[in-house]
Design a protein around this ligand. Structure first.
Ligand code: SIN
Ligand code: FE2
Length: 213
């Protein structure tokens, strides 16, 4: 049979200037990525943190790499250790770094070298309200986001919280890269719908790679 359109290859969908979805780009690495997520969270468990406004986040978080992102009643920050246990974050696995760098290169950011990876775990109902990623020093470096497990609706907006936002379904293996003129766009995740993914179970995981220092 003539294969007119192969569904096996990842494909690109532009989102905005400097922003692109690399559909299914991480799918073939999903198993190995998931094993790393389990091993990182065995070293430093996912936790529900408290925002400066006093709310418990519905997304559970941990980190790997030289720096990790966290929030508490005092504010948001990057630090070299988790101050819930005073331990350094687990190192960033080679596979994480190489995938993030390759994805960034394909999106037009050949010099990306992440020093931080935030791991987000969503359960049904968990959401992330619209926000900007702006605690990083060098905003010329993009953000690379890798989605695994249950699908979720990603909001990708403008430069003010109230600007209208695109809604995009992110599925298992999808990678989003935003940088350049899109680096400070507001983005978020709508409440996760329940389901069971064959590899990941009843969760969605998202890895976001950043250059912090
Ligand atoms: C984030 O904005 O840090 C995560 C976005 C996502 O979960 O896709
Ligand atoms: Fe973000």
């Amino acid at each position: 049979m003539l294969d007119l359109f192969s569904e096996d290859e990842p494909w690109q969908e532009p989102l905005a200037e400097g922003a692109v979805i690399l559909r299914r780009r991480a799918r073939d690495n999903a198993d190995a990525l998931y094993q790393h997520i389990l091993s990182i969270s065995a070293q430093n468990p996912f936790a529900y943190r408290i925002t400066p406004g006093g709310h418990r986040m519905s997304v559970a978080m941990t980190n790997c790499g030289d720096f990790g992102w966290s929030t508490d009643s005092r504010g948001y920050k990057y630090s070299e250790q988790d101050d819930q246990n005073n331990r350094k974050w687990p190192p960033m696995p080679h596979l994480f770094r190489s995938l993030a760098q390759e994805a960034a290169r394909e999106a037009g950011f050949p010099l990306f070298n992440p020093d931080a990876c935030l791991l987000n775990r969503y359960e049904p109902g968990a959401k992330l309200t619209l926000h900007q990623d702006k605690d990083e020093k060098d905003l010329r470096q993009p953000i690379v986001s890798v989605s695994l497990g249950l699908p979720a609706v990603f909001q990708f907006g403008g430069f003010e919280r109230g600007d209208s936002a695109q809604r995009i379904l992110l599925e298992h293996g999808d990678v989003v890269v935003w940088g350049g003129p899109s680096r400070l766009r507001y983005h978020g995740i709508l409440p996760l719908k329940p389901g069971v993914h064959p590899l990941i179970g009843a969760f969605r995981y998202n890895l976001t790679f950043r250059r912090v220092h």
